[in-house]
Design a protein around this ligand. Structure first.
Ligand SMILES: [Zn+2]
Ligand SMILES: [Zn+2]
Length: 274
């Protein structure tokens, strides 16, 4: 399985980091997880057009994980020679989000259908709302969802992708919890969004301090990885955006959580193969 960290940023703008999005390519399938800022540009860099995506999976409906959903839907629709609705799996609320996105695109849809004689259909989105269990099972590839803890954002889910005895877990935004532990157990790669409370506390903004409440710190990500016995821990969605040359600080903190395996400090388009 090939995992590409398409976007490793957070809501805080960064010139180098797009918003949260991950691509898993396995058995000829292109599975996309979240679609934050700049996702279609980063997909282009990875050689995947929106029309190629077999399914989009959403971890939750926070803006930094869904900002460019509309771009994905529009570009897939406008570039496709045939009707090609986008299949989407996500937590409860995803269907309403998809419907309201299509409503937002009403003008553009009208313009393009009026302009192109061969474009006779509206963009389609096929939604499956999930809570846990096997949510995708095709040609030996399974995706399993489990509830995570990102309260007060609820519901949220993480995903475990399995193929040929290998497993990748995309935890999304969450603090350590039983659902996460079960999902991560024995995975070859575990991708965790992380914060550095020591740096966040230096920023004089109470609102910014709140981000520490519902994200894993590097130490917590390391502890989760150690408990689960994973092969590789991937640190992404780093908050605040890391200063150049500070990778080792983040990695050292994850090590302090007790994890002795391989640690990857993700940048946009980092690839992890398992
Ligand atoms: Zn979030
Ligand atoms: Zn986030």
């Amino acid at each position: 399985m090939k995992l590409t960290l398409l976007g490793t940023g957070s809501p805080i703008p960064s010139p180098d980091r797009a918003g949260s999005a991950n691509l898993v390519q396995v058995a000829g399938q292109h599975l996309l997880f979240d679609c934050g800022r700049g996702v279609v540009m980063r997909m282009a860099a990875a050689g995947v057009l929106p029309g190629f995506v077999h399914r989009l999976f959403l971890t939750h409906l926070h803006s930094d994980h869904i900002t460019d959903f509309n771009d994905l839907v529009t570009t897939r629709w406008a570039m496709s020679p045939i009707e090609n609705p986008l299949p989407v799996t996500g937590p409860v609320g995803t269907r309403r989000f998809a419907d309201t996105t299509l409503a937002m695109l009403e003008f553009d849809i009208e313009y393009r259908i009026a302009h192109h004689d061969d474009l006779e259909w509206q963009p389609g989105i096929e939604v499956a709302e999930v809570t846990d269990g096997v949510v995708w099972d095709h040609d030996g590839v399974r995706v399993i969802a489990a509830p995570t803890d990102h309260r007060p954002v609820t519901p949220t889910v993480g995903y475990r992708i399995e193929h040929d005895g290998k497993a990748i877990v995309l935890a999304g935004d969450t603090v350590p919890c039983a659902g996460l532990d079960a999902l991560v157990a024995g995975a070859d790669a575990y991708v965790q969004t992380v914060v550095r409370p020591d740096l966040v506390q230096m920023i004089p903004s109470p609102r910014f301090h709140d981000v520490c409440d519902y994200h894993s710190s590097c130490e917590q990500a390391g502890a989760t990885a150690a408990r689960a016995g994973v092969g590789t821990l991937v640190l992404t969605h780093q908050v605040p955006p890391p200063a150049p040359g500070t990778d080792h600080e983040w990695i050292d903190r994850a090590r302090a959580g007790g994890f002795t395996g391989n640690i990857v400090f993700a940048e946009d388009l980092t690839v992890v193969e398992v």
